[in-house]
Design a protein around this ligand. Structure first.
Ligand SMILES: Cc1ncc(COP(=O)(O)O)c(C=O)c1O
Length: 416
């Protein structure tokens, strides 16, 4: 019986991953002659992106939590975020005890709308999370102007945007006060799970690193630990913690994979852009498919190829037909953050878990009728096409499936 060969993801790990892993293990996790793998990876990342400090961490979510905390975000503060993005942008704000305030997205770029950010600012606003969703880059010029005017911090969430550039050619993640990245398995580069934060601000870098490293006194901006004399540390009187923190550290083993992945990041990004260009070409002139708008001069790094489906076609039917015709799948947009049951449980009942009363009572009532009509309109119609195909043949298979799907729906009387 003929077997369909499913493309494998193994091609993503055919660089120096094993070489660097061997170095780490042979050094007994203590850093070989070339030094700690985390330090090597952080340095390579700062060089690639052009920032002063990089701090590795064990997820994109940890990266958001660390950075918001380092901004000084605390109970009573508000942080502006879009609702059309994974829930972690909301949950990490809640973890600081602050309140998420939702700014709507632009209906064409699908990204946070600077005009709505400005409308949502109050005397309690402390920070803005600019999420570069699907690989598109937010209007950073407008966002930084607003932040300056109102004295706010800006965190760029680049989990879905590696080497994207704004219309001035600046790399996403290096424009705001800090930029966070995720290395979760679906991302442009991956270590299975993991993340990194970029900043040019030494004080922020030190706080970010310290919060992810137990609040250890000898954590500095550029390094996890400053080597203290063994005899100083191994003393019953030695005091270790001058701050509060979690263990959000990234292991040396993961840093080895990260360094190898970073060396091939350009290829990973180029592949995604090539796939996106082919989808765009196949959709040109189709009145009921509206791809994410890219501003002149901007580089979208296409985590996915995001498209708004016209009103007359059912989302589930489109996806089913595309897959029947050989498409490898379409991701749905996550439900708007303020629609998730977690938001309602926390806000209405002050619970963090459905079955423990009062644990989150300080957050009770934080959802004050959020209104984001553009996001509400877009979310159920959003098609996210995959872009991580390796070969020209795999890309062609997707485009062929897409063209057949378009032809199928075009022949329908309701579209005539
Ligand atoms: C925009 C965005 N922010 C944050 C995250 C969280 O990253 P992680 O899964 O590494 O915790 C993700 C994805 O997973 C994401 O897509």
């Amino acid at each position: 019986m003929a077997q369909t060969i499913k493309p494998s993801n193994a091609w993503r790990f055919k660089g120096n991953e094993l070489k660097y892993l061997r170095e780490v293990l042979r050094s007994g996790l203590s850093g070989g002659p070339a030094g700690s793998m985390n330090a090597r990876f952080e340095e390579a990342f700062t060089n690639k992106f052009g920032a002063k400090y990089a701090i590795t961490t064990n997820s994109g979510t940890a990266a958001l939590h660390q950075t918001l905390t380092a901004f000084g975000v605390a109970p009573g503060d508000e942080v502006i975020t879009p609702p059309l993005t994974p829930f972690m942008c909301t949950s990490t704000i809640l973890m600081t005890g602050a309140t998420p305030v939702y700014a709507d997205v632009d209906p064409e770029t699908f990204l946070i709308d600077p005009k709505d950010i400005e409308r949502k600012i109050t005397s309690r606003t402390k920070a803005i999370i600019a999420v570069h969703t699907y690989g598109g880059v937010c209007d950073m010029e407008a966002i930084m102007d607003i932040a300056k005017k109102h004295n706010l911090y800006v965190l760029e969430d680049c989990a879905e945007c590696f080497l994207g550039k704004d219309k001035k050619g600046r790399i996403a993640g290096t424009i705001g006060h800090a930029g966070s990245f995720s290395f979760q398995a679906t991302k442009h580069m991956t270590t299975g799970d993991g993340g990194i934060i970029l900043t040019n601000d030494e004080q922020l870098a030190e706080r970010i690193r310290k919060f992810g490293n137990h609040g250890f006194i000898n954590t500095k901006a550029g390094r996890r630990m400053v080597k203290a004399m063994k005899d100083v540390v191994q003393d019953p009187d030695y005091l270790r913690h001058n701050g509060l923190g979690y263990n959000y550290r990234f292991s040396e083993i993961l840093a080895a994979v990260g360094l190898a992945q970073l060396e091939r990041l350009d290829i990973f990004v180029e592949n995604r852009i090539k796939m996106a260009q082919e989808y765009a070409k196949a959709m040109r002139g189709v009145q009921w498919l509206h791809p994410q708008k890219v501003a002149a001069g901007e580089t979208n790094s296409y985590f996915t190829f995001a498209v708004r489906l016209g009103e007359k076609i059912d989302w589930r039917e489109f996806r089913k037909k595309y897959m029947e015709l050989g498409g490898d799948g379409i991701y749905a947009a996550w439900a708007l953050a303020y629609r998730e049951p977690a938001s309602e449980i926390i806000s209405q009942e002050g619970r963090l878990f459905p079955d423990i009363p009062d644990q989150g009572k300080y957050l009770k009532g934080y959802l004050r009728s959020p209104k984001c009509p553009a996001a509400e309109n877009l979310q159920p119609k959003m098609l996210q096409f995959t872009t991580n195909q390796q070969t020209a043949a795999e890309r062609k298979a997707q485009v062929t499936a897409l063209k057949k799907t378009i032809a199928f729906f075009e022949s329908r009387p309701e579209l005539a």
